[in-house]
Design a protein around this ligand. Structure first.
Ligand SMILES: Cc1ncc(COP(=O)(O)O)c(C=O)c1O
Length: 452
């Protein structure tokens, strides 16, 4: 179990000494415990086994969660209901950009909740107006639409692209080009856009007007382009598909083809945006400007929010009554996103993600080289990285062994262990996480040898 792999104590840099967080009760977490225990009206919390039994009985069953129940976190560390601590290199699947319980984000959410939480889009609210301004200024886009998740943001992008041409009298310009192996969400439209047939199996007929082509194959895109194409839908790095960065030439080629055919370049920055790859947007690496982007995940550091940012020419594409979202852009989510945006710049976390991403990439390359029988290599950008397991290595089993060593990762594609630590992760934590993954792979090898 994780606590058996405690590193030896040594002074460490902020935000939190890893030893204190991983192996001994930190003052901060203990204090949080006391507060929770003394709060009035709380029934005694069931223990871990009881919680897992309730989850099995009462949750729908559409996920396959690990048998761990988390109760609190701080920085890059999570603590479960048994008191075990983990280095969280999943970060809620690239969501907790500021780590857990970041004081600025916590304070902002608490203050805003006490001030104004929700008013609906029948009115403006201060936080949302200011968030739109700040996001547009930082990204260079002109207008923003807000919603609550990535899938919902991509729904908006699909609708906006079709409706833009409809408004201009080009009613037959509604086809999308999307890519094999892509992931764009779980709503009915976005599973149809997603380039993995298993996600849409059993959900009825294919949505009309989507053509999938191999990711990276610009010639194939050229072949399938036509006057009926309203948009090319692409991720700068296919995250769920296995951490596959698009090449600069490919993204620039898509921009050129979109322009040639009067189509929109629609970039899904849900996983790659908000500094995750070491630039504010994943598409910034290629110097490509999209017509529309979507954001979610890290945007409010764990508070649910999604956004679509568009160029001025598209400002009238969704006239009043054509689209909306009850919770979208509410003051609480907007305040959280504004706090995250401020901290990203004040603490230079985007440049930090580039620098720490280099370190993580180098460490993962060394790790892969130390286990050539199990790993093919590493790939990724910034703090969105993966090690590619060899065919035949069971990714789920590897993930479990890594978790047993006290590190949380996710699987991307069928055989990539994905690393998406918080942007506040320290170099010490990166080294420690990689050391533990190394031990996990070694123990997996020993296990398979002894199993014959
Ligand atoms: C690139 C991309 N698009 C869309 C989504 C869907 O976002 P959500 O789960 O918030 O609906 C994801 C989620 O993993 C994603 O990675």
């Amino acid at each position: 179990m994780p606590s058996s792999n405690r590193p030896s104590p040594a002074p460490q840099p902020q935000p939190q000494p890893i030893e204190a967080l991983v192996s001994a009760p930190s003052a901060a977490l203990a204090e949080a415990d006391d507060t929770a225990a003394s709060a009035p009206g709380f029934a005694p919390t069931p223990d871990s086994d009881e919680l897992l039994a309730i989850a099995k009985e009462r949750l729908l069953g559409n996920y396959r969660p690990a048998p761990v129940v988390f109760v609190r976190g701080r920085g890059s560390v999570l603590e479960d209901s048994r008191g075990e601590r983990y280095l969280d290199f999943a970060a809620g699947v690239a969501v907790n950009a500021l780590g857990h319980a970041h004081p600025r984000l916590v304070r902002t959410i608490a203050d805003q909740a006490a001030k104004l939480m929700h008013v609906s889009n029948y009115f403006y609210n201060e936080e949302n107006v200011l968030l739109a301004k700040e996001l547009c200024e930082k990204t260079g886009f002109d207008r923003a639409f807000f919603c609550n998740s990535g899938g919902e943001a991509n729904e908006a992008m699909l609708k906006l692209a079709r409706r833009h041409f409809y408004e201009r009298g080009q009613k037959d310009k509604y086809r999308f080009i999307a890519f094999d192996n892509s992931f764009h969400g779980r709503t009915l439209a976005t599973v149809n856009l997603t380039g993995n047939p298993s996600y849409k199996e059993g959900f009825g007929p294919q949505l009309e007007g989507i053509t999938h082509v191999p990711f990276g194959d610009i010639e194939r895109v050229r072949e399938v382009m036509g006057p009926d194409v309203c948009g090319i839908f692409v991720e700068p790095v296919q995250g769920e598909g296995g951490v596959l960065p698009a090449s600069t030439e490919f993204l620039r080629g898509l921009r050129a083809l979109a322009d040639e055919h009067g189509a929109l370049l629609l970039v899904d920055e849900i996983q790659t945006g908000m500094g995750r790859t070491g630039r504010l947007l994943g598409s910034d690496h290629a110097g490509v400007r999209a017509d529309v982007i979507t954001l979610a995940k890290g945007l409010a550091g764990g508070f649910p929010i999604g956004a679509m940012l568009v160029r001025e020419e598209l400002a009238g594409a969704l006239p009043p009554g054509t689209h909306g979202s009850t919770f979208g852009g509410n003051p609480l989510a907007s305040a959280a996103a504004r706090a995250v945006l401020s901290v990203l710049y004040e603490d230079e976390l985007i440049d930090g993600a580039a620098k720490k991403g280099e370190l993580l990439g180098a460490r993962l390359a060394e790790l892969a080289a130390r286990h050539p029988d199990m790993c093919e290599g590493e790939r990724g950008l910034g703090l969105l990285r993966g090690i590619i397991l060899k065919p035949g290595i069971d990714a789920r089993q590897a993930l479990g062994r890594v978790r047993d060593k006290g590190v949380l990762l996710t699987i991307a594609g069928s055989r990539v262990l994905r690393f998406t630590p918080p942007l506040v992760v320290t170099e010490v934590e990166i080294d420690e996480a990689v050391r533990r993954v190394d031990e996990a792979l070694a123990s997996l090898r020993l296990e398979s040898i002894s199993a014959g």
